[in-house]
Design a protein around this ligand. Sequence first.
Ligand SMILES: *Cc1c(COP(=O)(O)O)cnc(C)c1O
Ligand code: SF4
Length: 349
Amino acid sequence: MTYWKEILQNSVSKPAALARHFNIDINALEPACASFPMRINSYYLGLIQSVNDPIWKQAVPDPREVNDSICIADPLGEEKLSPVPNLVHKYPDRVLLLIANECAMYCRFCTRKRKVGTAAMQISEKSIENGIDYIRRNPQIREVLISGGDPLLFSDRKLDSLLSRLRSIPSLEVIRIGSRVPCTLPMRVTEELVNVLKKHHPLYINTHFNHPRELTREAAKACAMLADGGIPLGCQTVLLKGVNDNAETLKKLFLGLLRMRVKPYYLFQGDLTRGTNHFRTHTSCGIKIMRQLIGNISGMAIPTFALDGPGGKGKIPLTPEYIVSSGKELSFHNYRGELCTYPENGDPV
Ligand SMILES: *Cc1c(COP(=O)(O)O)cnc(C)c1O
Ligand code: SF4
């Protein structure tokens, strides 16, 4: 068996198995585990240093997952925005195609917690084919985002076939893969995988790191191999209470990603997903962090802080307010809080 499959097979999925590594109350974890699957592969498990640390919180079920009375199952209205099952068409020129229901690790804060890793996520060769057909029939679609679950858990052969079928659609310009594999199972990124992916350019990968402790030697190697394959890399980080909700942690994360040739793309405000309410911060937390980062570190390391509008309203950037007043001149604060002005030319448009 290949190395990455062995590591994946070597996953902890039962509280009793976790108790062999840590001193925990098995009974407290059972209800959450029964409601939402746990899978912590041996690589990611090895990143946990202690109970309740930022790695633990992302991977280990929390009793609060089962008594979340505030959030809802499908906060982004994905099911109603699906013209065919497992394809979400929310924006005019791009679609989200869900092709996999498994992940290398089940994140406790997952937006698609309602179905990822469970029987509720019904993906088949047929549903994927119907998705591809939909893209073919709708030439205004310029870009497809392939996600799930994690597409990079597919075999190289299956991925190659899928990407080839997408590439046979002339109107489709860009393929974007969303995958947490570089973070949660970096050994999945093999030379063979890169050779498959780079046949299908322009192909982008948006990965997902949330904490600087995830930036390991192995993760750096996976990103280097993908970048060397000519694949531009972005990162979609989720702002998580108790994990990364401060400027110091995110500064380390974003600068570390930039060194690994990964461009921080989005920092997401937590979605209203049932079972994840304990991770949600007040929106002012993210805005304050953005103010602390913008200007102080490379603009290349700054993502857009965004809220994914409930009900499928789309991603809305949440930006610190710099403008103080406008008129004949614009007055604003700079990143150091100094008041500045800029004389306008002509009238507002
Ligand atoms: C986030 C998302 C996209 C991509 O949005 P970008 O702003 O281009 O990254 C596309 N479709 C759906 C359904 C999404 O949720
Ligand atoms: S890798 Fe992505 S899809 Fe999978 S559990 Fe984590 S957040 Fe959800």
